[in-house]
Design a protein around this ligand. Sequence first.
Ligand SMILES: Cc1ncc(COP(=O)(O)O)c(C=O)c1O
Length: 410
Amino acid sequence: MKTADIPTFVSHLECSMTGARYEADRVHGLSEVGRPLLVRYDLAALGQAVTKEALAARAGGFWRYREFLPARRSENAVDLGEVTTPLVSLPRLGARLGLAGGEAIVKDEGRLPTGSFKARGLALAVAMAKELGLSHLAMPTAGNAGAALAAYATRAGLRSTVFCPDDAPEVNISEIELQGATVYRVNGLINDCGKIVGDGKATAGWFDVSTLKEPYRIEGKKTMGLELAEQMGWRVPDVIFYPTGGGTGLIGMWKAFAELEAIGWLTGKKPRMVAVQATGCAPIVKAYEEGAEHAPLWENAHTIASGMRVPIAVGDFLILRAVRDSGGFAIAVPDEEILAAREEVARAEGLLLCPEGAATVAAYKRALADGRVGTDEQVVLYNCATGLKYPLPKVTRRLDKNGPIDYAAL
Ligand SMILES: Cc1ncc(COP(=O)(O)O)c(C=O)c1O
């Protein structure tokens, strides 16, 4: 196992709650106290092994950050043609919002394989599962994570089984199955699906790759932070708005910034991290406002932004810590504002966001209005998936080719 053709600097794994150490190169789920395990690196050695210049010469994709990642053997590093996702500025929206020196930028994760940022976490989780000899992976999903698991597991020659709420976007359910997984619709929410995965482990023999219940999806999500910092010239924006469900992306980016700071690649202030949720499912926002460390189950969770419909998160305290340590905040927006923001950005900028991405725009507008974000600040809004997978407004306008066409009225 230790023979490596990728230089890795993993020293051990650590319980995010108690700090207890766990050995690397072993199959791990949650820690003994039922909390996420975080991968720790010999950062001094990592910092010696790679330079910004060497990195700049590499091709795009997640594995260009290989020193910051846990995989040891390149044969396990499956890829599906990952790209560096673009930063798309929103100048018209900015002008409308009265920005003075500030900028609103979308990081468009919809350009990744399977159309979402879930590719980042699952590429890593699948690579590590392969490296550690696992053969059957299972997960609950709102849709996008299942699609990424299916694609990367199939690519790696592993079996995958996926459970999603029965109202998950149809296209997700179909693509999961087509990309080689077995998918089940469940008459419940994502936490009900998660219970099925957990309860079935012993009998079905699958490995649970639920958000933060294995240590490597977050390492993949870390590439969002590494990539953003590199793209911006090894600096970071003032504020990051992140649509928060299980929170892996937010926690992963915060971990990335800390590691970059430790090796001296990031200096100065880190961004304020803003967790965005929908008012119909806002456990993190409630806990943030109450000053709590944990976020209990949110009853009757509902929102059109299905990726954020996560009533309870195993990494709740990690999300809240990142938000508070960064000087950020958590904010909820109603579905009507999410839909209005999607339409506004699409019509003004020609950029179609997913509802979760649109939620960050709605939250940004609120934060500008109440002064929590300044008009002079640079803000990055995460659009975590392509807008094309979600139900879109119907267009009813028609023309009869056989009748007279009133061109003056068109
Ligand atoms: C499009 C989209 N945005 C945001 C999220 C929430 O991501 P996280 O679990 O990292 O908080 C999801 C998760 O399913 C998603 O699919």
